[in-house]
Design a protein around this ligand. Structure first.
Ligand code: BYC
Length: 318
């Protein structure tokens, strides 16, 4: 009885701290469901950053100029770094890196559906940087104010780097649109294929979103899936028009009364298919990660051995 009263008052105090915009730190008391929900979201976010290296990484050796190659290499390295900040942030919640990777490999933990689509041409690198990084920024700017301190602080740094990523993607699209007809067609084709998957990045409609209500109450999420998606559409449509691209949505039009663009319905069956492991590249992406993880085992073992040696006190000289 006393335990359950203590638990209720812990939960009330916790909610009051959240309502007062205080940050929750790793050693603070937190409801177990808050901890689990954060581990779920942060680790999925980390996996997305790391799996997201694959469609772009493939184009490093195919970049059209030395300058583009250097920029793309830096971007892909940044994504790896984002994964590291996020894994480290999830680890502060008492879960190990090995457990997180294991959940990814067994399919228990998701990653962003968008990375299960193939990058077929150089224009796809433009579309990913422009659209996927834009979508990520719109979401992550709001996550800079998430209630969990280590996650919020990771977001601040990640957002700075994502802005450069978005600019490089848009710059690729702009350059292609100033080129030959073939290059313009390539840019339009990339937009056609990446537009709808980009809208899916924000998740199901608010009414269908399993975690939103509780995550908003705990201020893990600060803005809803639909709100963020609308902001993304409003920005991206104008950016597309500015360089002569057409957004592939016949229902898209400016709604004067709402002050926003109205847009067509996402194909939610496709979303479910991709999220449940049956998108065009799901198996390939996961298999590649499993192989890379196996190949890196000797590095982890060497690091662990070095760490153990550093901790062993030197033997006394007789
Ligand atoms: N893809 O209740 P809901 C990047 C899942 S990477 C897959 O609305 P929530 C970049 C959801 O997990 C940046 N799954 O969930 C990297 C849940 O399933 P579980 C990626 C999705 O968490 C490299 C179920 O559907 N950004 O920028 O409240 C190169 C119900 O959904 C998706 C982040 O990860 C999806 N799109 O809201 C270039 C942001 N959508 O867990 C660029 C952090 C939903 O119950 N994450 N699901 O099995 C978030 O903000 C939220 O987790 C979401 C979903 C808005 C994505």
């Amino acid at each position: 009885m006393r335990d359950s009263i203590a638990m209720v008052s812990n939960e009330q105090n916790f909610q009051s701290r959240i309502d007062a915009e205080e940050k929750v730190e790793p050693k603070d008391w937190m409801p177990e469901k808050y901890r689990q929900n954060l581990i779920r979201q942060i680790s999925q976010h980390a996996h997305s950053e790391v799996i997201g290296e694959q469609p772009e990484g493939k184009w490093i050796t195919r970049a059209p100029t030395l300058e583009r190659k250097a920029i793309l290499m830096a971007k892909v390295q940044d994504e790896a770094g984002h994964g590291l900040y996020l894994y480290a942030s999830a680890e502060t919640l008492g879960v190990t890196r090995d457990e997180l990777i294991d959940r990814l490999h067994t399919g228990a933990s998701k990653y962003a559906s968008i990375f299960n689509y193939p990058s077929l041409t150089w224009a796809d690198i433009g579309a990913i940087g422009w659209l996927v990084d834009s979508a990520a920024i719109v979401n992550q700017v709001s996550l800079q104010n998430t209630s969990y301190g280590p996650y919020a602080r990771a977001m601040v740094r990640i957002c700075k780097e994502e802005s450069f990523h978005q600019r490089q993607g848009y710059n690729i699209m702009m350059t292609l649109m100033q080129g030959a007809e073939l290059q313009q067609d390539m840019a339009q084709d990339a937009l056609n294929r990446w537009w709808w998957p980009s809208l899916m990045m924000f998740g199901p409609h608010d009414a269908e979103s399993a975690h939103s209500a509780q995550s908003m109450k705990w201020k893990i999420k600060r803005r809803s899936n639909d709100e963020l998606r609308q902001q993304f559409v409003d920005q991206a449509v104008q950016q597309a028009e500015a360089i002569g691209l057409t957004v592939p949505d016949p229902d898209l039009h400016w709604n004067e009364a709402r002050g926003h663009y109205d847009f067509g319905e996402i194909d939610w069956r496709e979303f479910q298919r991709v999220v449940s492991g049956n998108g065009p590249c799901n198996r390939q992406r996961l298999a590649h990660h499993v192989d890379a993880h196996k190949e890196g085992a000797w590095v982890r073992e060497a690091m662990a051995a070095f760490d153990a040696k550093q901790r062993t006190p030197p033997a006394e000289v007789a």
